[in-house]
Design a protein around this ligand. Sequence first.
Ligand SMILES: C[S@@+](CC[C@H](N)C(=O)[O-])C[C@H]1O[C@@H](n2cnc3c(N)ncnc32)[C@H](O)[C@@H]1O
Length: 343
Amino acid sequence: MEPDSSSPPPPSPEHILQVGLGFWASKTLLSAVEMEVFTELAKHPEDLGAVTGRLGLHPRGARDFLDALVSLGFLVRDEHGRYANTPETELFLDKRKPSYMGGILEMANHRLYPFWGSLTTALRTGEQQNEAKAGDDMFAKLYADPAKLKEFLRAMSGVSRGANMAIARKFDWSGYESFVDAGTAQGDLALQIALANPHLQGIGFDLPEVGPIFEDYIVANGVADRVSFTGGNFFEDPLPKADVVLFGHILHDWDLEQKKHLLRMAHDALPEGGAVIVYDAIIDDERKENAFGLLMSLNMLVETQGGFDYTGADCRGWMEEAGFRETRVEHLVGPDSMVIGIK
Ligand SMILES: C[S@@+](CC[C@H](N)C(=O)[O-])C[C@H]1O[C@@H](n2cnc3c(N)ncnc32)[C@H](O)[C@@H]1O
């Protein structure tokens, strides 16, 4: 009998296996970043023997490792057996280029990959599973170690750059003169806004430990005449006054009361007509589509005491409660959207 073409295809295990064993591909890429495969190959293409020697690989796994990276689309191999980067890995994973965005993958490799091994415990207990397991503030714990502090702040720039550039261009900055980026980390959002909008003056606000790393980055990128740092704690100190207050990947770190507190602080810092811009991997209102946003929320379960990601409707509701009169959601790039509130 002919199969009925109108009936759906029979169930296949393919998707289940692909996701279930997805960590194979993920860890292969993370180890490649850790061993600087892409930085090495950005110097020039190399054959198996040369890459094996330069990276200190054991011959047993070397060929499979490199060919797995070829088959995953992160390397190419020519007819002479020489390995080279793809245009994407050449641009984004060569450590010597300013466009390097491997910081987030370095942190994923060192921290998130082992912590996610305890996801089931987090789901059963509701408790974070990182360095701060005892329940203390994740940032205090992380920032006690200068190497981790730097790795975390650089990781933030890597993961946020696309959205930062989109905010710098998509938001209509023409009616505003100043901004404060609250929880600025290395300062990439402040930098991108300043580069795209020469009329603006900006402040990066973050815990005092972050100051030197922010300042190095801002000076190196040539906007120190318009962008400065203010150290403080946004649960204890008022935010500096400005026409626009931004929270990039901040609200999802905190519980509901803390989220609402931050929006009230933004409201206090703004003049009438001023804007708050919140951005995260905002979950779709139906909570069905933005898998990255939902997984990010599980990442907050693993990483923080009370943090969670949220929908655009959730955030608009909190903004309205804080006194913002007009609110809207605008897509940025990939899974990220911004929620804008006008005072
Ligand atoms: C998830 S990172 C986001 C960084 C950056 N906005 C981005 O989107 O890439 C959170 C930032 O909040 C800062 N932060 C944490 N607790 C803070 C506090 N109590 N006061 C001020 N900043 C804080 C951290 O230092 C860190 O830079």
